[in-house]
Design a protein around this ligand. Structure first.
Ligand code: AGP
Length: 606
């Protein structure tokens, strides 16, 4: 949820720390700070707000130093403010932290009794004073071992020391921390994205590990202080430095990139010449899998939900889904013949990672559907199925949702074929149909004018409903989430058939309602549900697919028709107008499209 960067070099570090923090702002952006070590003194500059505020403040201080740490914050303990911004320093050390220290209150009381004075309301400041206290009687290494043992909860830490002008320390439990190797300098960072502009040689700490980072050497240790060796990964250099191009917002660009990310993903998994699915590294006999459990959070959970419909429709599997933050606390009856699938764009979502960890401990089959292949979830699953949609910077997930759905659809196809639960002809037809999805998505992008005309009503609404049945129900949930997180409008996704069981009472004159009614088996019933809300004054945006025959009833406020594809592919298309609706509604309100309030791109706290 927060971003961490540390650099130890033979040259000044503050400007590169600031540049890295700008790349990390998608992880959290309510405050920022930097600390450097200069002639045995720790100098820190902190601010409430964005990194460009910090950059302006630093220019006044002319921050020197060739060792430094920086941080962008998403507040967990203590409101967003300058005093609560990281780093948190004592007279001896300065600390940046991502995660939650669950026993910080007790530790703070013990430290205050010893005379330590706290300035902030954060859990992180406890770490600064605890390290200071242990340093009085222990070596640096033993201090780190003892402090980490004292801390309950999750952390990724960066620490610099007043009396150590040749090193910095990194430590990890539950929140990701990467180490980067440079020429006569080295780095620590929350993820490789922050380090990529300086190096493509990366190692990752695992839970309980810490490292002592010098300009020319990095030592890794386990939780008892034994030396360990870490694999050095060479990240792909060809990942261009992702930027907005001609767009004003990353999210706008990422919505429009979907036709190409769909074809990129299909190229990775579909053999077009033999019209078949290619998941080459599938490590199990499909016949050994009798059930599937799909797990994720937020938008990723919605992709799990739509996959349940696909897999139930075309495989013999029992399919369950669960929200990761619920799954991890359930009394789960783990099954050896169940495949546990974890869906996560960032691959760092704490609850999803914890759910995966629980499955690993129970020695069951795990698969990760992720966008960041070097992420913690990817590195700890038996099978990784990347979604290949490139960096997704907008906090509201769009192209990654499309990629998650696509990979799960393709996995469902593979299992259906292997199990012979669909005929060879059906399989070939479905694979072939997939090849036209990118083009249909491209056509669907051209709904801007229609959406622009109605976005104002959604933007100013007290609330709205998104209704759908079958395949359209998970998409209704996703459309509602998009409007909530971008335009801050209360919106509910609901099974259309459920409205008469209570929520119909919410409908009032002029309330905007989105009805997803592709011409599938649920079409007629959903149109009846639509009439029920229109009769009570709702303004209905109907999203359906082209069909020459049916005349859809009058009284509809606006209608969008997407391409006529097989019904199991329609969810991909009807998602796009909902993404645009949320985008234009937020635009009407002048909100920050890429960094909505209170949110962050990677929720690495529980
Ligand atoms: C997506 O629009 C949301 N910002 C959020 O729900 C997100 O999908 C969720 O936090 C899961 O993130 P992940 O895919 O990186 O695990």
């Amino acid at each position: 949820m927060c971003g961490i960067i540390g650099i130890i070099s033979t040259q000044e570090v503050s400007s590169r720390i600031v540049n890295s923090l700008k790349k990390l702002e998608y992880r959290g952006y309510d405050s920022a700070g930097i600390a450097t070590l200069v002639d045995g003194n720790i100098n820190e500059v902190k601010c409430e707000g964005r990194v460009d505020v910090l950059e302006r403040d630093i220019s006044k201080f002319n921050l020197k130093g060739d060792i430094g740490i920086g941080h962008v914050r998403w507040a967990t303990h203590g409101k967003p403010s300058k005093i609560n911004a990281h780093p948190h320093s004592s007279e001896q050390v300065s600390v940046v932290h991502n995660g939650i220290i669950e026993n910080s209150t007790i530790l703070k009381k013990l430290l205050e009794k010893k005379g330590y004075v706290f300035k902030s309301q954060t859990d992180t400041e406890v770490i600064a004073h605890l390290v200071t206290d242990y340093l009085k009687k222990n070596s640096l290494k033993n201090t780190i071992i003892k402090v980490l043992k004292k801390l309950h909860g999750s952390f990724a830490l960066g620490i610099i020391f007043k009396d150590q002008n040749d090193l910095m320390v990194g430590a990890k439990r539950g929140s990701p921390l990467a180490v980067g190797y440079g020429p006569n300098e080295n780095y620590i960072g929350s993820d490789s994205y922050a380090l990529k502009s300086m190096t493509n040689k990366i190692s990752y700490l695992e839970d309980g590990e810490f490292c002592i980072v010098k300009k020319d050497q990095i030592e890794f240790f386990d939780n008892v202080g034994s030396h360990i060796n870490k694999k050095v990964l060479n990240l792909s250099k060809n990942e261009i430095d992702y930027d907005k191009g001609d767009y004003k917002y990353f999210m706008e660009k990422e919505i429009d990139e979907q036709p190409s990310t769909i074809s990129d993903c299909i190229n990775e998994y579909i053999d077009k010449y033999n019209n078949q699915v290619n998941i080459l590294n599938f490590p199990w006999k499909t016949s050994s899998i009798k059930s599937v459990m799909l797990i994720g959070c937020g938008t990723a959970f919605h992709s799990c939900l739509i996959a349940k419909y696909w897999m139930e429709q075309s495989t013999n599997l029992d399919v369950s889904v669960d929200i990761a933050s619920e799954f991890r606390y359930r009394k789960v009856r783990f099954k050896k013949d169940c495949l546990y699938i974890f869906v996560s764009q960032s691959g760092e979502t704490a609850d999803t990672y914890a759910a995966l960890d629980l499955c690993k401990k129970n020695k069951v089959k795990t698969c990760a559907v992720v966008n960041v292949v070097e992420s913690s979830i990817a590195r700890n699953a038996d099978l990784v199925l990347p979604i290949h949609c490139g960096q997704e910077i907008g906090v509201a997930s769009t192209k990654a949702f499309m990629g998650q759905m696509l990979v799960l659809y393709i996995l469902s196809l593979k299992i259906s074929f292997d199990q012979k639960s669909i005929t060879r002809e059906e399989y070939k037809h479905k694979v072939e149909n997939l090849l036209s999805l990118s083009n249909s998505a491209k056509k669907t992008l051209k709904v801007d004018q229609k959406i622009l005309n109605i976005a104002k009503v959604f933007a100013e609404a007290k609330g709205s409903m998104f209704l759908g049945r079958g395949y359209s129900f998970p998409i209704a949930l996703e459309g509602a989430l998009k409007l909530k997180e971008l335009a801050y409008v209360h919106a509910e996704g609901y099974p259309a058939g459920e409205m008469k069981h209570g929520p119909l009472a919410l409908i009032e004159e002029g309330m905007p309602v989105v009805v997803l009614a592709p011409r599938d088996e649920h079409y007629k019933k959903t149109i009846s549900n639509m009439q029920e809300v229109i009769a009570r004054g709702a303004k209905v945006l109907l999203i359906t697919n082209k069909n020459k025959d049916e005349v859809i009833s009058e009284n509809i406020w606006e209608k969008i028709e997407v391409d006529q594809l097989d019904e199991d592919l329609i969810p991909f298309l009807i998602t796009i107008p909902l993404q645009k609706l949320a985008f234009y509604s937020a635009l009407k309100k002048g909100y920050d499209i890429d960094k909505p309030r209170n949110l962050a791109k990677s929720v690495t706290v529980e």
